[in-house]
Design a protein around this ligand. Structure first.
Ligand code: ASP
Length: 440
């Protein structure tokens, strides 16, 4: 069994966290390829190293002396080194960094140094190989990944290594200069390494034990999600926070490699396993019908009504053009016989909703256009609800029994989720009611 383990910033914030990572890696020889982020926050108001590096670059860009800010970064790395009692040549590394900074190097080079130095320290601490991401992750000039070259070099360099530490977040352009992914991009590095090396599992270590079935700010002590499919995850993360970089999912999903979200501070907890939809039926058939509940407040409805609309061809297209011309994206279009509603986040139409109403009236040739605000959307997700009668009945009963009015219902034919719209004032109560009915 081959495991690729990626550790996020909070898992590497100080020497204490490095020790936990050390134990996690030494306890399991199958964890052979390890991707690290830069040290993150040690406490709530602390700084992430990557943020400080972006700030260093801003100093240089505006010709403000950067010495003191770089010193803060250097001190943090030195503190880790000293507490771990290792002898990485940080002095030499920072000398090189200063020389490059004085030569006005690129932003991507500077901000990648957090991961680079973190990986150097970790490889010295674990006494294992260091593989620089610039030598194994290759970008094309259009910022896509050069898959062939990456595959070739990564597999060549890692094949001979029993345990290797690879800095996340960056790679290099054909000319050798550093190129970073977008923020949080170490997740992507981990996914690429997993894919190329044919890992059996991609462990993503963070500071939470995977996903919860509902937001803990709304539901007290919600259950943890044991298994979730990629499609369910997409539905849930669209409606709320996710602990994974979106693009990180594709390389491993394609290869059918499960992702295990694990907690560095609680390594015994099994965390959440993200699996492919076609794997959900067999090995993972246990557990609740509903995988999770998520929602967002502050949507708007544009409701368009016109007598005999049902006989008119192209009226929805005309209405959608009003939004398209402004580059506004739409979430849902529930429709009736002589009416339909366009549902979208209020902030995308904040300053233009009056104009939009007028344009809709004109384009659709009706006076009957209304806007409703302060609407919440709640999605109840579960791949196992497909072809199972009674799920929506239970959901609506749960809301009805709490006297919560449902403003809209949307269920795609794939039956992986049911979306309901309620007034913002009922949002929290509605989530609790659904949770109690299905998961509690
Ligand atoms: N250190 C980078 C960031 O803060 C990348 C990462 O942590 O994945 O965005």
């Amino acid at each position: 069994m081959l495991k690729v383990a990626k550790f996020g910033g909070t898992s590497l914030a100080d020497a204490k966290q490095f020790k936990k990572v050390h134990d996690i890696l030494c306890n399991d020889e199958e964890r052979r390829y390890v991707v690290v982020s830069a040290p993150g926050k040690r406490f709530k108001d602390d700084n992430k190293i990557t943020d400080l590096l972006y700030l260093t670059y801003a100093h240089i860009k505006y010709s403000v002396p950067y010495g003191s800010i770089l010193k803060v970064i250097e001190d943090r790395f030195n503190q880790i080194k000293n507490e771990l009692n290792i002898n990485t040549d940080l002095e030499g590394e920072f000398k090189t960094i200063r020389e490059n900074l004085d030569k006005k190097c690129e932003e991507d080079y500077i901000v990648s140094r957090g991961e680079y130095l973190c990986a150097l320290l970790m490889s010295d601490y674990l006494n294992c190989d260091f593989v620089d991401a610039k030598d194994v992750i290759f970008f094309n000039y259009d910022d896509t990944i050069n898959k062939e070259k990456t595959h070739k070099k990564l597999s060549e360099l890692l094949a001979n290594s029993n345990k290797a530490i690879i800095p996340g977040f960056y790679g290099s352009y054909p000319d050798g200069s550093i190129k970073t992914f977008s923020r949080g991009g170490s997740d992507i590095t981990g996914a690429i390494v997993s894919n190329v090396m044919g890992a059996d599992i991609y462990e993503n270590w963070t500071d939470v034990s995977g996903f919860l079935t509902a937001d803990p700010k709304i539901v007290e002590n919600p259950k943890q999600i044991k298994h979730i499919t990629y499609r369910e995850l997409r539905e849930l993360s669209y409606m709320g926070a996710s602990v994974l970089h979106e693009e990180a999912v594709f390389p491993v999903r394609q290869a059918g490699i499960p992702i295990n979200i694990k907690n560095t501070n609680e390594p015994e907890n099994p965390g959440t396993l993200i699996i492919r939809d076609d794997q959900a039926g067999e090995d993972y058939a246990d557990g609740d019908i509903i995988t999770g509940i998520a929602g967002k407040k502050d949507f708007s409805f544009f409701h368009i009504h016109k007598e005999h609309m049902a006989n008119e061809v192209g009226i929805i297209k005309k209405a959608l053009e009003v939004f398209e011309e402004r580059g506004i994206s739409i979430d849902h279009i529930p429709s009736g016989i002589d009416s339909f509603t366009i549902v979208l986040p209020s902030n995308s139409v904040e300053k233009v909703s009056h104009q939009i109403v007028e344009e809709l009236k004109e384009k659709c040739k009706t006076e009957n256009v209304q806007v409703y605000r302060h609407i919440s959307l709640i999605t109840t997700v579960g791949i196992k609800m497909a072809y199972r009668p009674g799920v929506s009945a239970k959901l609506f009963t749960a809301l009805g029994s709490k006297n919560i009015n449902i403003r809209m219902i949307d269920q795609g034919s794939s039956e992986i989720n049911i979306i309901v719209a309620v007034e913002d004032k009922d949002f929290e109560e509605a989530i609790r009611a659904i949770y109690d009915a299905f998961i509690k």
